[in-house]
Ligand binder design. Structure first.
Ligand SMILES: N[C@@H](CCC(=O)N[C@@H](CSS)C(=O)NCC(=O)O)C(=O)O
Length: 325
């Protein structure tokens, strides 16, 4: 199922709407007299309403941000400083059963992400690296997770995926990749597919350009997205091999990533400068490539002149079978 998101301009909202849970209503009612100025931003998909309400606390000048969905899967209370919009969390606040861990490979500068439901113990791993399969499996076991899926954002060229090895270390794990990647796996995703783990889910969104099969995995509940090599922090994936196309990548980013709410945190597959995450708002403002018009972007990409990844001749054939699925 494909989810289309439309942004409705902020407008006054009746906070007594039936969409609020009693817990949330109580929280607002308790301090009602001190709340001034509220607005809401609504994101509507086919099945869910995501509503963010901003309430300004008159005395402390704190901005309370309440995000929730009518699907009742999420209720977040995020406090941030007025003006600075410093998010305290991305849905990983106290009380949530959402588990998130960013892991790193220093050789290929690859990030691997472990996500889990701490209540049901179901987990997924995004973009594992072969050389760290044992580390990842040990962590998963230690934390008591049951790894459902070893997922790839795309067919990597700079390292061999850890998927195959993880399947043998953690029997029952299924390999997952985009159908358009042309790779072999246990499960193939197309745009709009949803992967479930416990009570959480990831929406697979096609973002081709670096490769044909590139997917961005979005968690609307947590306000986070895993962009693979499509969008890097202040950069983007190269487009000079596999099925690379600068024009396609540009449209993927502008239509599928930059249309997400600006406070969504983005987690890339790589960073070469020691940065760990970014946001949609930051990249829309500061990405030195993707803030440019299409023609200029293509010109920048044509002139990148990057050396081929050292592992490409080994990695691509191995990843065609997901490191043996
Ligand atoms: N030096 C590394 C490869 C670096 C590289 O080419 N990274 C890719 C993503 S992995 S295919 C990329 O798209 N980089 C874009 C950029 O602007 O850096 C190696 O030899 O493995």
């Amino acid at each position: 199922m494909t989810q289309a998101h439309h942004h409705i301009h902020p407008r006054t909202v009746n906070y007594k709407t039936q969409f609020f849970s009693s817990r949330m209503r109580r929280a607002i009612d308790t301090d009602k007299s001190r709340m001034e100025d509220f607005e809401n931003i609504m994101t509507i998909s086919k099945e869910t309403y995501f509503i963010t309400v901003r309430l300004l606390h008159r005395e402390s000048r704190m901005l309370l941000k309440l995000s929730f969905s009518t699907a009742k899967t999420v209720e977040r209370l995020v406090a941030c400083n007025v003006g600075r919009v410093r998010w305290m969390s991305t849905g990983m606040e106290k009380g949530s059963n959402f588990f998130f861990r960013q892991l790193f490979d220093t050789v290929s500068s690859t990030y691997t992400y472990l996500l889990g439901d701490m209540k049901t113990c179901e987990a997924v791993l995004i973009d594992p690296v072969l050389e760290h399969a044992e580390r990842d499996a040990a962590l998963i076991k230690e934390l008591g997770f049951n790894l459902l899926y070893a997922m790839n954002t795309h067919m990597h060229a700079d390292h061999i995926t850890g998927t195959g090895k993880l399947k043998s270390l953690l029997p029952g794990t299924k390999s997952v990749i985009g159908k358009a990647s042309g790779a072999q796996a246990d499960m193939f995703l197309i745009d709009g597919d949803v992967v479930f783990f416990g009570c959480y889910k990831l929406l697979a969104t096609a973002t081709p350009g670096h490769t044909n099969g590139c997917l961005t995995y979005i968690s609307h509940e947590q306000g986070i997205a895993f962009t693979g090599d499509t969008l890097l922090i202040r950069g983007c994936g190269r487009t000079d091999f596999q099925e690379g196309s600068s024009e396609t990548l540009y449209h993927s980013v502008h239509n599928k990533i930059f249309t997400l709410p600006e406070n969504y945190t983005l987690y890339p597959a790589h960073d070469y400068k020691g940065q760990t995450a970014t946001t949609v708002g930051e990249e829309k403002k500061y990405n030195p490539r993707l803030t440019k018009p299409l023609k200029k972007f293509i010109d920048i990409m044509d002139k990148l002149n990057l050396p081929y990844p050292k592992m490409i001749d080994k990695a691509v054939p191995a990843n065609r079978v997901c490191g043996l699925y």
